[in-house]
Design a protein around this ligand. Structure first.
Ligand code: AMP
Ligand code: MG
Length: 485
């Protein structure tokens, strides 16, 4: 375990030069203080958990101090936002402080979000508010605990610095960790600005750092694109299976690594609703829950376009065609496990679709349904759950098929343990995050910390946390999450 001043830097992206990023120093926030830190994320840097409470921690991640080896850079990228191309985005309020490697030899980008103005700030103030920093912190660590690939969050640092959104708020900084901050939009930027040399430098860098196994293939770029397609198919399957809505699936928010990235007004479903839109600025529902699948495919095709200098169009098309079947295979596999099945059956897809149709507009809590389904033997469980459905006869027909399917399986001994291991009891519901944010805005960080600790073990029943495992109150189901951040 290390102390803060013992981190070892190796800033490989910074060394690519000024065509890829600009050197910018963080602008400190006033009176920085620790809101919350993640022990698990600290461990990725071999950091002693107690280091979070040293004064220098809040100074470092509040922009007051910097390691001598850090080389803060704002990255340039572009991207398709809500389907339209924005030719120049870039880090408008976040800085890549540097790349740190741990004892296991893994490299982690340290990205400080809310670090002040950069050449890419456009009309923005370079800041992030406490509210959105807490939301990103909680979601990154909660998704990871659910087994959903995500960027990680080391800490949130609060401050007295005033910033204006719909009203006056306080600035905060979030330290994000990811093996890479390269987005689909990085490749788009060099493609659309017609810089083939730089596009190649970026491509070789990403291949060497993050897809070394692809370098052994006859066509490394194609192998890399295929891996990106495969990882996204798996990622989106997990989002769909667990009811996670990202909310802003612009190509500048899509990681080349296939991890959940750049959190905005995201939400987990409460009641199941295939048409749920979590982003209140998304008037057409482009990024609704069920659209996440075709949108991921669309985003991959935007990346494919940017890779046409390296890969033939036919090969790109063939590879893109893998997305939907791969997605479906992963999704069905996860849903089977959530339903407690140990083997695949031809009727599974129809059974899952029928269940979701019954849930639609029924007010059935998406998460508790699966958890309760595993609490008792199948026949008893469905007898209780039927009361939640509007179409009870319809549910009874579904349940008869389900119980028969469960009873037809050989191994049912450890059904509850098996199902509880994939069906969380605790979920980062919007209203829980909101309660924690309300307290934090008054200076009380206990609720944020409690939620974070609870969500780091979402599958394990935890003493004293019963209130968090209930259906949300009515007011909590329809919170308007501002997309300002
Ligand atoms: P996001 O919606 O957070 O993914 O951001 C989209 C783009 O807007 C990125 O280039 C961000 O860096 C930039 N941006 C968002 N908020 C701000 C802000 N408050 N100040 C400067 N740039 C921002
Ligand atoms: Mg973004």
């Amino acid at each position: 375990m290390k102390a803060l001043d013992e981190l070892t830097f190796d800033n490989r992206f910074a060394r690519l030069g000024d065509a890829f990023s600009t050197s910018v120093l963080p602008e400190p926030i006033d009176n920085p203080r620790l809101v919350v830190a993640s022990d698990a994320a600290m461990a990725l840097l071999d950091l002693e958990p107690t280091e979070a409470h040293s004064p220098v921690f809040a100074e470092l991640f509040g922009g007051h101090k910097l390691w001598a080896e850090a080389e803060p850079r704002a990255m340039v990228y572009s991207g398709h936002q809500f389907g339209g191309y924005s030719p120049r985005l870039g880090d408008g309020r976040g800085l890549l402080l540097g790349e740190v490697y741990n004892q296991a030899g893994e490299h982690w980008d340290l990205h400080l979000k809310g670090a002040g103005l950069t050449p890419y700030s456009r009309m923005g103030d370079g800041r992030a508010v406490l509210r959105s920093s807490i939301r990103e912190f909680l979601a990154s660590e909660a998704l990871h605990a659910l087994g959903i690939p995500s960027s990680r969050a080391l800490c949130v640092i609060g401050s007295d610095t005033a910033v204006w959104r719909e009203t006056q708020e306080r600035a905060a900084m979030l330290l994000r960790l990811a093996p890479s901050h390269v987005r689909f939009g990085h490749f788009e930027y060099f493609y659309y600005t017609k810089q083939p040399e730089q596009a190649k430098v970026l491509g070789e860098h990403v291949l060497a750092m993050h897809f070394p196994e692809c370098l052994e293939q006859p066509e490394p770029y194609l192998a890399m694109f295929r891996t990106v397609v495969e990882r996204n198919a798996e990622l989106i399957a997990k989002w769909q299976a667990y009811g996670f809505c990202h909310g802003v699936m612009n190509t500048d928010n899509m990681s080349i690594l296939g991890i959940t990235f750049d959190f905005g007004p995201y939400a987990f479903l409460d009641d199941f609703d295939a048409h749920f839109i979590c982003n209140h600025s998304d008037h057409e529902g482009r990024y609704s829950y069920s659209n996440q699948v075709p949108i991921a495919h669309w985003n991959l095709s935007a990346l494919a376009q940017a890779l046409t200098p390296f890969i033939s169009v036919e090969a790109l098309r063939e590879t893109l065609d893998l997305f939907l079947p791969l997605y479906e295979a992963h999704y069905l596999d996860l849903m089977r496990r959530r339903l407690g099945f140990t083997r695949a059956d031809d009727g599974d897809k129809a059974m899952i679709e029928a269940l979701l149709r019954l849930m639609q507009n029924s007010g059935v809590d998406y998460h508790l349904f699966f958890r309760r389904l595993g609490d008792q033997p199948a026949a008893q469980a469905v007898a209780v759950l039927r009361d939640d459905f509007v179409d009870r006869e319809g549910f009874d027909r579904w349940a008869a098929g389900y119980v028969a399917r469960v009873e037809g399986e050989a191994a049912n001994e450890h059904r509850t343990a098996r199902m509880h291991a994939v069906n969380p009891l605790y979920v980062l519901r919007n209203y829980l995050a909101q309660n924690a944010i309300d307290a934090a805005q008054k200076g009380d960080y206990e609720e944020v910390r409690r939620l974070h600790t609870m969500l780091s073990r979402p599958f394990d029943e935890q003493a004293g946390m019963e209130a968090y495992a209930q259906r949300p109150p009515e007011w909590g189901k329809h919170l308007e999450i501002s997309c300002s951040s």
